[in-house]
Design a protein. Sequence first.
Lengths: 268, 162
Amino acid sequence: MPSLLKSLGLATLLAATLPAQAHKLWLLPSHTAVSEPQWITVDASISNEIFGFERAYPVDAVAVTGPDSNEVNVDNATRMHTRSVFDVQLEQEGSYRIAVAQPGFFLMYEVDGERKRARGNDAEKMLKELPENASKVTLTESFNRLETVVTQGAPNSTALKPTGKGLEIEFLTHPNDLYAGETAKWRLLVDGKPARDLTVELVPGGTRYRDSQQDWSVTSDKKGMVEITWPAAGRYFLEVGTSDNKANHKKADNRRLQYIGTFEVLPM
Amino acid sequence: MRVLLTILLAFLAGHSLAGSFSVEIEVPRLRVAEYHAPYVAFWVESPDRSTIVPLGLWYDDQEKWLKDIRQWWRRTGRSQSKPYDGLTGASRPPGNHSIDFAELEALQNLPAGDYELVVEAAREVGGREVLRLPFQWPAKQPQTQQAGGDNELGTITLTITP
């Protein structure tokens, strides 16, 4: 099968079989811009409501990159009932990337005509534990990246350099330089290369206090660029996903990538 | 006294109270990435809200989301517990549905007066909408009211026959 056809077919298959995200995962920093060295705190939760705590999102894999690109320690990392929490000290001037990058696997199969799903981190183990009569087995490698960016003093971009792994945003407009009514220009990257035709969903925080999601979406152009005009001050949930057949694991049939970010927009 | 009055009015109307109190409701088809059928609540309110009569609730046994049917929750839901008053059932898929509340005792016992039928829909990771359809009770002659929603509810038609 020609590779284009194959990947097209795969994308369709993926779209049809992967469950829609039942809940939203997010990080929520207490501050995104501070003017002296200080502690900030970050919550991590899984919920329908933006940003209302519902279930704790594990933050064992949290990594904070400092303004000089060195790793910064987190303190008080705790998994509570409805959220996880950790503190970060912004000692150095500049911008910090706070990220939870989570690799994992989905296994989909059928037993006696019934569809089953499993999720885990160890693909070999998951495959080994498949029931003997399982059919239509699909192993999907997933890579979720949850991010937020905070700044002490003037923003810099050292910590924001794309890693070249999975789905990322290259911030041409600095994420701590967002103001109501202004437009951010960002580039979507998959494995460091511009990713076109991806749909970025945005939801303003505070869904509890209104009767509609007020979500909207923008699509990346052929250079992977998206332009996001911020309608008002507040905190925004951003989500974008894609799938392809470039899985790293040899037994994975396909790969699903997701980027989720929380961004704060200040009044003009 | 109320009961007497009701019986008297029913008598004057020359009919039994168990005519029809029929609601046609359109659950709109929405093109969204993640769709869950809306939870829908029906109740009757008097203008000063001194009378609240729960008529029905469509939900999928997940009590967690009941608070999101905000007005229903405030007016009656939060002071109830399972099984909820009125005709309850599972949430309905997009399309037209109809339900008749005429047999409900609480409705049959409703004192004569002006009321509103309130229909509220709330959808998980979606929106919320409330529609109000005024009516007179009891019906001396057939009454029809219609209201149209913008997002979470389509057209709702209330038909009351004596």
